[in-house]
Design a protein around this ligand. Structure first.
Ligand code: GAR
Length: 216
């Protein structure tokens, strides 16, 4: 199996990035290298995580570009210098242009803190609590031009507790994000999951509903 090249895009803490770094370093069944980490924010803590792991860390500050198109075009050029097989969005808080997204069709995934298609966008934990939901979760999906709307590969679910605040719920979900994202990446880099013309295929079979990560 060819070793896959991964570029991770971040904007903040990078705890999901850390989970992916740990997995790539520790799991011999993950034939992948994280070849670069790129942040649109100069102060993202995830950049430190990359440096600690001896991964090239780059900043492309969106504030220095005149338009979304100009930023995405520069980002694409920077990413492509690393010739990635996959682009992984890990807390990358940018709306992406259709041209950028289509360039990485089938090769770019994102993790979103909700059970998509519910709660697209931001403040998902607050909205789940305000609606009195019994269940929350995270979704890993292929990125398409529709915001948080691409085909969902795998989800993880957690119960909402009576004592939950948005912060507690977010923290509890984050620990599960750190399980589900490496699991999807493992399957992806082993060519078990692909985005075909009809939708997601898992080992050649069309997926009719998202995979669900078992509790652990
Ligand atoms: C995670 O909860 C991730 O699901 C969310 O941002 C957080 C990043 O945390 N992503 C989105 O909301 C994307 N729309 P991290 O920087 O510690 O990985």
């Amino acid at each position: 199996m060819k070793t896959k090249r991964i570029v991770v895009l971040i904007s903040g803490s990078g705890s999901n990035l850390q989970a992916l770094i740990d997995q790539v370093h520790q799991d011999p069944q993950v034939p992948a290298d994280i070849v670069a980490v790129i942040s649109n924010r100069p102060d993202a803590y995830g950049l430190e995580r990359a440096k600690t792991a001896a991964i090239p860390a780059q900043v492309l500050d969106h504030k220095t570009f005149p338009s979304r198109e100009a930023f995405d075009s520069a980002l694409q050029a920077l990413i492509d210098t690393y010739a990635p097989d996959y682009v992984i969005l890990a807390g990358f808080m940018r709306i992406l242009t259709a041209d950028f997204v289509s360039h990485y069709h089938g090769r770019m995934i994102n993790i979103h803190p909700s059970l998509l298609p519910d709660y697209k966008g931001t403040h998902t934990h607050e909205r789940v609590l305000a609606d009195g939901k019994a269940e929350h979760g995270a979704s890993v999906h292929f990125v398409t031009a529709e915001l948080d709307g691409g085909p969902v590969i795998m989800q993880v679910k957690i119960p909402v507790l009576p004592s939950d605040t948005p912060e507690l719920l977010a923290a509890r979900l984050l620990t599960q994000e750190h399980r589900v994202y490496p699991e999807v990446v493992k399957q992806l880099v082993n060519d078990r999951i692909v985005l075909g013309a009809q939708g997601i295929e898992v080992e050649g079979r069309l997926l009719t509903q998202p995979l669900l990560l078992a509790n652990g």
